[in-house]
Design a protein around this ligand. Structure first.
Ligand SMILES: *[C@@H]1O[C@H](CO)[C@@H](O)[C@H](O)[C@H]1NC(C)=O
Ligand SMILES: *[C@@H]1O[C@H](CO)[C@@H](O)[C@H](O)[C@H]1NC(C)=O
Length: 396
């Protein structure tokens, strides 16, 4: 009798397994035969598109891949970068992961930087890396509206449908950049010291070194500083990269010997340019928690700060440890994203179940379906725009 039951169980188990195999074959057949259903439409009559630069270093493959899926949308463009600290092996691994995502294979909107840039801690090579990323993104894609700079330690707090929906009512020449000319302690500790970033001319990764002399405060332009986490318009970045005015180049050369140049470069360029200073919105759309007194980097976020974080109305938060439990909470409660799957949006038309990915099939990619978390972000956007209109907090 017991033997009979065992046999039955085996039969049932075998039947169930082949049924599952059959299902997965069908679903992979469906996803591989899928072709882009609708053409991508960009421009003022369509939702805005974003160009993301996601940068990390050695050991960040898993984080970059997870973040990519969490901010993925077929309308956007992505450039992934593992700095010189990482290996080519890691870069290849990242390419393999990316190429395994059906929708990315079809829309071809993700690239991985093959020849990496250094990103010296505190040095100016990071600015060069960001400008290079901007140049690549401008060249490979003529249709995006805003450039967003993310690190492997960041994570979104809203879906791409939410983000694009809220940005649909924003003038596309506006720049989101947290800035001030009130340098405070930064004047003596950041702007006046002269440093050299060996990342610019040494192949080996080393730290910056300080010159014995200090400079005086510039008087040919005013120095602005702020968060390095920027969301910049295409038109402003063309101004920075193409450089028909010499200001972006002058400030780039000034930044070479600056500590944490990424907190000064774009801020000073935009606020010293008469044609762009009126387009600055003073905010970085990020949620960060700082120690008191603040350290170099914000605190690592965890589940105990979850409520406060999602109530913040920010689009992104930083910083997180790899596979931190709060990221799973964000995936589950906000992004509704399954493991190793892209964040679902209105473009996903596949059935949603534990064995099928709703985004393995897609329909019209030019429509959005914002969720309830778009509301909080919309509120904070409105208050930033109100602030922008008053001009009281702009390039001052
Ligand atoms: C920027 O705003 C100022 C103050 O309102 C105004 O005088 C100036 O003409 C504006 N510049 C541009 C380029 O719109
Ligand atoms: C979460 O982060 C806060 C602030 O850094 C810290 O005080 C707290 O101990 C952390 N909680 C856990 C569970 O790690």
């Amino acid at each position: 009798m017991a033997a009979d039951k065992k046999w039955l169980f085996t039969l049932f188990f075998a039947a169930f397994t082949s049924f599952l195999l059959f299902l997965s074959m069908i679903s992979s057949f469906l996803s591989s035969s899928q072709k882009p259903f609708s053409t991508l439409r960009r421009g003022v009559n369509y939702p805005p598109a974003f160009a993301y630069y996601i940068t990390g270093t050695k050991g960040d493959v898993g984080r970059i891949y997870r973040l990519l899926l969490a901010v993925y949308h077929p309308r956007n463009r992505y450039l992934l970068h593992i700095g010189t600290g990482g290996s080519d092996e890691e870069r290849r691994k990242l390419v393999d992961l990316v190429e395994n995502v059906g929708v990315i294979r079809d829309f071809r909107n993700v690239d991985v930087v093959g020849k990496p840039d250094p990103n010296t801690h505190m040095g100016s090579s990071g600015v060069a890396a960001v400008l290079r990323a901007v140049s690549i993104l401008l060249k490979v894609d003529k249709g995006w509206d805003w450039f967003v700079c993310l690190s492997a330690l960041d994570y979104p707090l809203i879906t791409q449908d939410d983000l694009s929906h809220v940005f649909s009512s924003v003038r596309r020449d506006l720049n989101f950049i947290d800035h001030t000319s009130d340098l405070g302690w930064k004047e003596g500790q950041r702007v006046l010291p002269i440093v050299v970033d060996p990342g610019i001319y040494l192949a080996r990764r080393v730290q910056i070194f300080h010159a014995t002399q200090k400079r005086t405060l510039p008087d040919a332009f005013k120095v602005f500083t702020g968060s390095p986490w920027v969301t910049l318009s295409r038109s402003f970045l063309e101004f920075c990269v193409l450089g028909w005015d010499n200001l972006p180049r002058t400030l780039l050369m000034f930044s070479t010997n600056l500590i944490l140049a990424q907190e000064v470069y774009f801020h000073s360029v935009i606020c010293n340019s008469p044609e762009f200073r009126n387009t600055t919105v003073n905010g970085d759309l990020r949620y960060m928690v700082w120690d008191d007194p603040p350290k170099m980097d914000p605190l690592f976020l965890n589940t105990s700060g979850y409520e406060q974080m999602i109530q913040s109305g920010a689009a992104f938060a930083r910083q997180f440890r790899e596979n931190e439990a709060v990221l799973d909470m964000i995936d589950e409660k906000i992004l509704k994203r399954g493991r190793h799957r892209a964040v679902p949006g209105a473009w996903c038309t596949g059935r949603k179940s534990w064995f099928t990915d709703p985004c393995s099939q897609w329909g019209d990619v030019n429509v959005l379906k914002p969720g309830r978390h778009a509301e909080k972000f919309k509120e904070s956007m409105n208050s930033l725009l109100l602030d922008w209109k008053s001009q009281s907090n702009q390039c001052r």
